[in-house]
Design a protein around this ligand. Structure first.
Ligand SMILES: [Zn+2]
Length: 227
């Protein structure tokens, strides 16, 4: 689990208590912030200032889950080794650079990946795996300029709750042998509209064409925020 924030907390909570035996690694280098408690449901007021990864692992262990904290950030130089060690990656990072880094590292290591993001009342989720539509097929590259961020646009707690639970559901589907790929799931909180749109591999996609052969830090400059 990359990022234990608004998306990662509900996703981890659902996975940890799903009945499917999973060993979770919870990766986050941040600390619990009082202003995010409404959507980061594994933390309480007493946890403010403590490591998100450590508090989340403790909370889930209290529910009987096998969860270990990893107080670190995903970087080009640690991503491939970490991914190689896991069967499934769920990414609920709060910025696009990390989302694309996770997508490229998943492609390089041949691992299935769930990506998800949310801003204001809208969110999306995509399950990808080698041979299927990838994040770069859908969004092409790290956005630049005036893409809305959750830092300035905000994000609504229930919207990330829905997308976090959906990420866990897609992940469980993969773990039990299903193939929930080639669909972009979107959720509009104000209308309650949930849609699954078929998405195809994009011609010229740098990810699918194998043009990304290594994780070059220059490719993942922090831009925007998505959870
Ligand atoms: Zn692609």
């Amino acid at each position: 689990m990359i990022g234990v924030g608004g998306l990662g907390c509900p996703a981890a909570r659902v996975l940890a208590t799903s009945g499917v035996p999973v060993a979770l690694t919870l990766m986050d280098d941040d600390v619990v912030d009082a202003s995010n408690l409404h959507r980061q449901i594994l933390f309480g007021e007493d946890d403010v200032g403590d490591s998100k990864a450590e508090v989340a692992a403790r909370t889930l262990a209290g529910l009987g889950a096998d969860a270990r904290p990893l107080r670190a950030r995903l970087y080009p130089d640690n991503a491939e080794a970490l991914f190689a060690d896991h069967d499934l990656i769920i990414e609920g990072a709060d910025n696009y650079a990390t989302k694309f880094l996770a997508a490229d590292a998943a492609a390089l290591t041949g691992k299935p990946l769930i990506s998800a993001g949310a801003v204001t009342w809208h969110g999306w989720a995509l399950a990808s795996a080698p041979g299927h539509t990838c994040l770069r097929c859908v969004f092409e590259d790290v956005p630049s300029g005036d893409t809305p961020t959750c830092e300035d646009a905000g994000v609504v707690g229930p919207v990330v709750g829905v997308l976090g639970a959906m990420s866990a559901a897609l992940g469980l589907a993969i773990l039990v042998g299903r193939r929930p790929f080639d669909r972009l799931h979107s959720y509009r909180g104000l209308s309650g509209q949930l849609r699954a749109s078929r998405v195809k591999r994009r011609e010229g996609c740098a990810g699918c064409a194998g043009q990304i052969t290594h994780l070059d830090a220059a490719r993942y400059q922090p831009q925007g925020c998505a959870a």
